[in-house]
Design a protein around this ligand. Structure first.
Ligand code: ADP
Ligand code: FRU
Length: 298
C-alpha cells in the first residue's frame, strides 16, 4: 500500500486565461495573444506542481457535475493526480476565474466567480489516512469543517511513531476571519502577503514574528513575499529569511504562491532543513514566474 502520498484540499476552479499585451483599458475592444483554460485554485495548483516535482499526489475537494467536468477530469489524468475521493456534485455551477495576464508586467488580474459549488464537509472526508505522508489544507470559508478533518489526522497520528505520522499544513491566504481557527491546528502554517497585510504586518519577517505565538508547539510559520523572497520561523526558534530568485523576465505570476507552497512541502517531505526548503521553494516559484503555466517546471 502507498503510504507517502501528499493530499491537497481546497479550491479547484477553471482559470480562463487571456494573455494580453498590456492590462486592458476599460470599455476597449481588443485582441489578446492567446486564450487558454487551466485547472486553477490554490490547493489544486499546489497539487499540480507537486506532481510535476515528482511527488505522488491526490487532490480532494468537491467538483461540479457541469460542462467543465470533462476538461478537469482529463487534465487531472494527464497530470497523474489522483482524484478518486472527490465528491461530484449535481445541479451546481463550477467555480471559474477570468484571468488577465499582462505581458508587459507579468501581472495577473483575477476575477473569480465561486459558482454554487458547496465546500467539502467533514462527512465527505472519507479517506484512508494510512496512504498519506502529508496533508495540506488551503483555508476555506468552511474552516470549521477543516478543523474537524485536522482533528481526525491528529487522532490518527496519536497512535503512531513519529516517522509514521502525517505532517499537516494550512494556508491562510484570503483575509477571512474564519481562517483564524486553523492557525494552531497544523504543523506548518503558510501565511500570504495579503493575509499578513490585512493583520497589520508589512514585511515577511514581521509577519512570521507576529503570527508565531498563535501556532501550536513544534509548528512553523512560513511567509512568501513576492520579489522579496520568503521566510520561516519555527516556534521558539530564530527566523530564517531567503531572497527571491528572479527568472529574468517575469512572464506569468499566476499561482506563484501555490508553487512556492508545493515546493516547500516537497522539500520538507524529502527531509530538507528549513533553509534549504525555502531556497528551493524560491527557486521553483521564481522559475514559474518566468514561464506560462506550470508545465515548463518539469
Ligand atoms: P502570490 O501572489 O501568488 O500569492 P507571492 O507574490 O507571495 O505569490 O510569491 C510567492 C513566491 O514566488 C515568492 O516567495 C517568490 O519566491 C516567487 N516570486 C513571486 N514574484 C516574484 C518575482 N517578481 N521575482 C522572483 N520571484 C518571485
Ligand atoms: C492562483 C489562484 C487561481 C484562481 C484564484 C482563486 O493562486 O488559485 O488559480 O483562479 O487563485 O482565488
Amino acid at each position: 500500500m502507498e503510504t507517502n502520498r501528499i493530499l491537497c484540499l481546497g479550491k479547484l476552479c477553471v482559470d480562463i486565461i487571456a494573455e494580453c499585451e498590456d492590462f486592458p483599458q476599460e470599455d476597449s475592444d481588443q485582441r489578446c495573444k492567446r486564450q487558454r483554460w487551466q485547472r486553477g485554485g490554490n490547493a489544486n495548483n499546489t497539487s499540480t506542481v507537486l506532481s510535476i516535482l515528482g511527488a505522488p499526489v491526490e487532490y480532494l475537494g468537491t467538483i461540479a457535475n457541469s460542462h467543465e467536468l470533462g476538461f478537469l477530469r482529463d487534465d487531472y489524468q494527464r497530470a497523474g493526480i489522483i482524484i478518486d475521493n472527490c465528491v461530484i456534485v449535481d445541479n451546481c455551477s463550477c467555480p471559474v476565474s477570468l484571468v488577465l495576464l499582462s505581458s508587459v508586467s507579468g501581472s495577473r488580474t483575477i476575477i473569480h466567480d465561486s459558482g454554487s459549488l458547496p465546500e467539502l464537509t467533514h462527512k465527505d472526508f472519507q479517506v484512508d489516512l494510512g496512504s498519506y505522508a502529508w496533508v495540506h489544507f488551503e483555508g476555506r470559508p468552511s474552516a470549521a469543517e477543516q478543523v474537524k478533518m485536522l482533528r481526525d489526522i491528529d487522532n490518527h497520528n496519536a497512535d503512531l511513531e513519529e516517522n509514521d505520522r502525517i505532517t499537516t499544513s494550512v494556508e491562510l491566504e484570503k483575509n477571512r476571519p474564519v481562517l483564524a481557527q486553523l492557525i494552531d491546528k497544523a504543523d506548518y502554517v503558510f501565511i500570504s502577503k495579503d493575509y499578513a497585510k490585512a493583520h497589520g504586518f508589512y514585511s515577511k519577517e514581521d509577519a512570521v514574528e507576529g503570527f508565531v505565538d498563535k501556532v501550536r508547539e513544534g509548528a512553523t510559520v512560513i511567509c512568501a513575499w513576492g520579489e522579496d523572497g520568503a521566510c520561516a520561523k519555527p516556534k521558539g526558534e530564530p527566523t530564517i529569511s531567503v531572497p527571491a530568485i528572479s527568472p529574468g523576465t517575469i512572464i506569468d505570476t499566476l499561482g506563484a504562491g501555490d508553487t512556492f507552497n508545493a515546493a516547500m512541502i516537497h522539500a520538507l517531505c524529502k527531509g530538507a532543513v528549513l533553509q534549504s526548503a525555502l531556497t528551493f521553494a524560491c527557486k521553483v516559484a521564481g522559475e514559474k514566474c518566468g514561464m506560462k503555466g506550470f508545465s515548463g517546471l518539469r
